[in-house]
Ligand binder design. Structure first.
Ligand code: 3H9
Length: 693
C-alpha cells in the first residue's frame, strides 16, 4: 500500500504510506492524485487531510527515481501539488517528524498546515546538487519571507517547526496528536465561505531586494566552490519577486539543468552510496544486533584516543586500557584538551565536554574491561603485539563480546586465529584523526559472524561514521588502491614530473592534497618500510626508487622538517625543494631516461585510473561488494573530490571505454607492466556499461 484513504466523519484522510520516509515516487504520486479525486468527487467529504504514516510526513522526491523513466512520468509532483492547491475543498497538511524537499513542497501546496512540534523542516535539495523543483523556491519565500527562505534553500539546513512559528508556513504547531489537530482544523474550515488560502497568492515583500540578492550572490559565489546549485538556488528564489508563473518557470529551468550536472549525480550517488554501504549482501537486514552498552579501547595513543572520543560523543561509556600509567595519563589529557579546544571554538559547551569526559574511565588491568560488549585494540601495528592482546582478550572477555582490531595492514584472519572465537573478531579500521574522519573500514574475517557485522554497522551509524565492509587483503580497500596511485606518482617523477607539479595537477582535479604533500604528512619512513616488505614478499611489484633515495637523505616528511618538500618551523606549508628536485633529475639520468614534459591531464589520468583499475580488481575478488562502497571509501577517507563522486563514478562519467583506452596507452609506456587492465573493466567497457549501472 502506498497511499491509504479513510473518511472520518466528513473528513477524508489521505495518508502517504511508503516506508522508509514516504519518498514521492511515481506510485505514491499516482496514489495521492487518485485519492484526491475520490475525495473531491464524494459529496459526503467536506474537507481533506494529507498525512504521512510511519517515521515521516515525507522525506521528499524519491532520490532513487531520479534519472529513471518514472521520474518523468505524470503525474509529476508539480501536477499533484497544483491539483491540491486548486481543490475546491480545503486540504490540510498534518506534518510530523520530517517534512523535507518535495515533502515540504507538498505541504506548501495545501491550504492549511498543522505541524507537530519538533518536526524537521528543510529544503535540502542543494545537498544533492539540486534546487527545490516542485514550487519550493516560489512558495517558501511567500510563506516565510525572502531572506529566511533563501537561507534555508541555499544552506539546505534543517529547522525545527517551532523555529518557523509566527510565519505563514504553519497555521498551528501542536504538542500532541497532529492528525487529530489537522482533522479538527479541517472540520472548522470545511464550511468557511470563499476560496481557501493559497500560498501562491501571497506576495514576496522585501525593502531592498536587489541589494540583498546582490549580497547573497557574492556570498554564494565565494563559498560554493565547484558546485553550481547554490547560485541557481539564488536565481530561482530571486524569481519569486516576479509573478508566480514566471517564478515556477525559472525554477523548472534551474532544476532541469542541475539534474543533468555531474555534480548533482555525484552528490546523489554519495547520499545513496552511504546508505547502501550498510547493506551487506549475505547478511539480512533483520539480523538482530548484539547490544553494545559498554566499550573498551586498548591503547591510549593518538589513534586510541580518537576512537574513544567517537563513543563518548555518542554517549556510550568507554574504558580506556593502557599498559603504563603515564601513557594512560597522557592519552586522557589529550582527549580532555581536544574537548577544551572544541569548547573554546564554541562547538560544544563546557558542560557537554565535562559530561563526555564523565563517560570515560581508565584502567591498567584487563580484568576491568572483561564485561565490555565491544573492545577495540589500537596498539602497536606488529603481529606479535596483536597476538598478545588477542590471546589475553580471548581469556578475559565475556562470551559474545565483539573483539575488534584497528589494524590497517595486518591479516584479520590471523588475528582471529589467536582466539578460540574467530566469529567474534572483526577489523574496525579508523582513519586518523579518528574523531574527525568519517570513514570506517569494517574488515570482515573469514569467520566473522553476520550479527557481529550487523552490530558494527549499526554502531557506526550511531557514532556518525560511514562504514564500508572490506574483505581481508593487504591494505583493505583504501590503502590497497592507494598503493597503485602512489606507484604511478613515483613513476611520473622518474619520467619528467616534479612533486609540486604532480600535487598541483591532482589538487586542481579536486583532491584535498596531492600524493607528495600527503606522504610528507603521513611519514615517508612508513611508506619506505612497506616498500621494503613488498620487495621481499612481491619482488615483481616495483616502485620508483626516488622514494627510497629521499628516505636515505633522512627526509621523512613534515615531522623531520624535510620530505619531498622543505618545511619551515611552525609552518606547514610545503616549499619545493631544490635538493629533492635535483635528486629526482639525477635519478632519471642514472636510469637513462630522457625527461619529458608531462601534461596535467596525463598526471590525473594515471593517478585516478590507477585507483579505478585496482578498484575493479577489488570488486572482482569480492573484497568490496559494490562499486559505490569503493567510492564511499575514497570520498570519506582519502580526500577524493566530492563533486566527482568517487573514482568509480568518475570513471563511469568519463566512460569506461575511454578509461580502458587510456590504460592501454599507459601500459605501452614507462613501467607499463604496472598496468594490467582489470578484466571486469574491460568487459564493462566493451558492453558500453559502467560500474554503477
Ligand atoms: C526533492 O525532493 C526534489 C524536489 O524538490 C523536486 C522534485 C521534482 N528518497 O538517512 P536515513 C531513505 S529531492 C528515497 O538513514 P535518518 C534512505 O535511503 C529530495 N529514499 O535515516 C534510507 O533507506 P534505507 C529532498 C530516501 O532517519 C532510509 O530512507 N530530500 C529519501 O537518519 C533512511 O534514511 C532530501 O534530500 C528520499 N528522499 O534520516 C532528504 N530520504 O533504509 C534526504 C531518505 O533503504 N533524506 N531515504 O537505507 C534525509 O535527509 C534523511 O534520510 C531523513 C531521515 C532526515 C529523511
Amino acid at each position: 500500500m502506498t497511499v491509504q484513504y479513510q473518511v472520518r466523519d466528513g473528513v477524508a484522510v489521505i495518508t502517504l504510506d511508503h516506508p522508509p520516509v514516504n519518498g514521492l515516487g511515481l506510485g505514491i504520486r499516482i496514489g495521492v492524485a487518485e485519492r484526491l479525486s475520490q475525495a473531491l468527487d464524494d459529496a459526503a467529504v467536506k474537507a481533506i487531510v494529507l498525512a504521512g504514516a510511519g517515521r515521516a510526513f515525507s522525506g521528499g522526491a524519491d532520490i532513487r527515481e531520479f534519472g529513471t523513466p518514472g521520474a518523468l512520468q505524470e503525474p509529476s509532483l508539480h501536477t499533484v501539488i497544483t491539483s491540491i492547491e486548486a481543490a475546491a475543498k480545503p486540504v490540510v497538511a498534518a506534518v510530523h517528524s520530517v517534512a523535507m524537499g518535495g515533502g515540504l513542497e507538498l505541504a506548501l501546496g495545501c491550504h492549511y498546515r498543522v505541524a507537530a512540534r519538533g518536526t524537521q523542516i528543510a529544503l535540502p535539495e542543494v545537498n544533492l546538487g539540486l534546487l527545490p523543483g516542485a514550487g519550493g523556491t516560489q512558495r517558501l519565500p511567500r510563506a516565510i519571507g525572502l531572506e529566511a527562505a533563501l537561507n534555508m534553500i541555499v544552506s539546505g539546513r534543517t529547522l525545527k517547526a517551532e523555529a518557523l512559528a509566527g510565519t505563514r508556513l504553519f497555521d498551528e504547531i501542536v504538542e500532541g496528536d497532529v492528525l487529530e489537530a489537522a482533522v479538527g482544523l479541517a472540520r472548522r474550515v470545511a464550511n468557511q465561505a470563499g476560496a481557501h488560502p493559497r500560498v501562491r497568492d501571497l506576495k514576496v515583500e522585501h525593502e531592498n531586494a536587489e541589494a540583498y540578492l546582490g549580497f547573497a550572490r557574492t556570498t554564494v559565489a565565494a563559498n560554493a566552490g565547484p558546485f553550481p546549485a547554490p547560485a541557481r538556488c539564488v536565481d530561482a528564489v530571486a524569481a519569486s519577486l516576479k509573478t508566480f508563473e514566471q517564478g515556477i518557470e525559472a525554477e523548472r529551468e534551474g532544476f532541469d539543468y542541475l539534474l543533468g550536472t555531474p555534480e548533482s549525480r555525484a552528490l546523489r550517488h554519495a547520499f545513496l552510496g552511504e546508505r547502501a554501504a550498510s547493506k551487506i549482501p549475505d547478511v539480512s537486514a533483520d539480523t538482530p544486533a548484539r547490544p553494545v552498552a559498554k566499550v573498551a579501547i586498548i591503547g591510549a595513543g593518538t589513534m586510541g584516543g580518537g576512537i574513544v572520543m567517537n563513543f563518548l560523543n555518542a554517549g556510550i561509556p568507554v574504558t580506556l586500557l593502557e599498559m603504563k600509567a603515564d601513557a594512560l595519563e597522557r592519552g586522557v589529557a589529550t582527549i580532555r584538551r581536544n574537548y577544551e579546544n572544541s569548547a573554546k571554538k564554541g562547538k560544544l559547551t563546557q558542560q557537554e565536554g565535562d559530561a563526555r569526559m564523565g563517560l570515560l574511565s581508565t584502567t591498567l588491568s584487563y580484568h576491568d574491561i572483561r564485561d565490555a560488549d565491544l573492545v577495540i585494540e589500537a596498539v602497536f601495528e606488529e603481529i606479535g603485539v596483536k597476538e598478545t592482546v588477542f590471546r589475553t582478550l580471548d581469556e578475559v572477555m565475556k562470551p559474545g563480546a565483539i573483539l575488534a582490531s584497528n589494524t590497517s595492514t595486518l591479516d584479520v584472519n590471523r588475528i582471529a586465529s589467536f582466539t578460540k572465537r574467530p566469529q567474534d573478531v572483526v577489523g574496525m579500521h579508523f582513519f586518523s584523526p579518528a574523531n574527525v574522519m568519517r570513514l570506517l573500514e569494517v574488515v570482515r574475517g573469514e569467520h566473522t559472524a553476520g550479527d557481529v557485522l550487523a552490530t558494527v554497522m549499526q554502531l557506526a551509524k550511531k557514532i556518525r561514521k560511514v562504514a564500508v565492509v572490506s574483505g581481508v587483503c593487504d591494505g583493505f580497500i583504501g590503502n590497497r588502491m592507494l598503493e597503485q596511485y602512489s606507484r604511478q606518482a613515483g613513476f611520473l617523477l622518474d619520467e619528467g614530473a616534479l612533486p609540486a607539479q604532480v600535487d598541483r595537477a591532482i589538487e586542481k582535479f579536486g583532491f584535498a592534497m596531492g600524493p607528495f604533500r600527503m606522504i610528507d604528512m603521513a611519514g615517508n619512513d612508513i611508506a619506505w618500510a612497506i616498500r621494503k616488505r613488498r620487495a621481499i614478499e612481491q619482488p615483481e611489484f616495483n616502485y620508483s626508487k626516488s622514494g627510497d633515495l629521499l628516505c636515505e637523505m633522512g627526509r621523512f616528511g613534515q615531522k623531520a622538517g624535510a620530505g619531498w618538500y622543505d618545511y619551515k618551523p611552525g609552518d606547514r606549508k610545503a616549499y619545493p625543494s631544490k635538493l629533492v628536485n635535483d635528486m629526482i633529475v639525477q635519478h632519471s639520468k642514472d636510469l637513462g631516461i630522457e625527461r619529458r614534459q608531462i601534461s596535467d591531464e596525463e598526471i590525473v589520468g594515471r593517478l585516478v585510473y590507477a585507483l579505478v583499475n585496482e578498484g575493479a580488481v577489488i570488486l572482482e575478488e569480492g573484497i568490496a561488494s559494490k562499486a559505490s562502497d569503493i567510492d564511499m571509501v575514497y570520498l570519506n577517507g582519502y580526500g577524493f573530490p566530492k563533486f566527482r563522486g568517487g573514482p568509480m563514478l568518475y570513471a563511469d562519467q568519463v566512460g569506461l571505454f575511454n578509461v580502458a583506452q587510456a590504460i592501454r596507452r599507459y601500459a605501452r609506456g614507462y613501467q607499463g607492466h604496472a598496468w594490467r587492465i582489470a578484466p571486469s573493466l574491460q568487459k564493462l567497457a566493451e558492453a558500453g556499461r559502467g560500474f554503477n549501472e
